[in-house]
Ligand binder design. Structure first.
Ligand code: SAH
Length: 211
């Protein structure tokens, strides 16, 4: 499907380039993805501001800079299969789905998952599999993944996600409670190396019943 870039989305991609995002294919996808589609009508006028916004149920769509930064980190090893934890509005999933062959995404709030699924369908993105479940457990029977991106802050790095990484795979995850660090963890066979990317602010990766 041919996508039309709106002026506002093109300007957002330019702003992201100015803040240091250099992945050309990623910037192009951002310039052609209508972020307003992932927001309530009342917030649509803010769709191209570089800020996080509420999406209902106490959750947020991440700031475009963070979406771009995390996507850039995941794309570094040219992943074939990627898992996203925290589908939320579906915006991050829509960006990833245009850049990787297979995307898997998990959400624990049913209402958000239903809306996200409809939005991706509307954008003609069909390489995405949705799971209603607990991201702490990952998605064992679809693993291993070349990249895993967690879009909620975990108190500790979930063991299941480490074990579901392919060799050479990368886990990008915010870790912490009040103060959170975005971590990039890379698997080398049975060894993992990790580094801190930057300080971030995400809603918590909930440890509890599905909603
Ligand atoms: N990637 C999303 C950001 C959503 S905010 C976007 O582009 O809009 C984080 C999301 O993680 C919320 O929707 C929240 O419900 C979900 N979440 C929190 N804890 C979770 C868990 N344990 N398992 C799955 N999803 C979880």
């Amino acid at each position: 499907m041919t996508r039309i870039a709106s002026t506002s989305a093109v300007n957002l991609a330019k702003k992201l380039h100015d803040t240091g995002i250099r992945h050309q294919a990623l910037l192009k996808v951002i310039s052609q993805t209508p972020r307003e589609l992932f927001l309530d009508d009342a917030l649509a006028h803010k769709a191209y501001e570089n800020t996080a916004l509420p999406i209902g149920q106490g959750q947020t769509i991440s700031q475009p800079y963070i979406v771009a930064r995390m996507t850039e980190l995941i794309l570094q090893n040219q992943p074939r299969k990627v898992l996203e934890v925290g589908t939320g509005s579906g915006y991050q999933a829509a960006i990833l789905a245009q850049l990787v062959p297979e995307l898997y995404t998990i959400e624990r709030i049913k209402g958000l998952q239903i809306q996200a699924r409809q939005r991706l369908k509307r954008l003609d993105l069909h390489n995405v599999s949705f799971k209603y479940g607990d991201g702490w457990q990952g998605w064992q029977n679809r693993s291993p993944f070349n990249g895993i991106m967690v879009t909620a802050a975990a108190s500790t790095v979930p063991e299941a996600l480490l074990s579901q990484l392919a060799d050479g795979g990368v886990l990008v995850i915010p870790v912490g409670e009040e103060t959170q660090q975005l971590m990039r963890i890379t698997r080398h066979a049975d060894r993992y190396s990790s580094e801190i990317v930057e300080t971030v602010k995400f809603v918590p990766l909930v440890n509890g019943e599905l909603a």
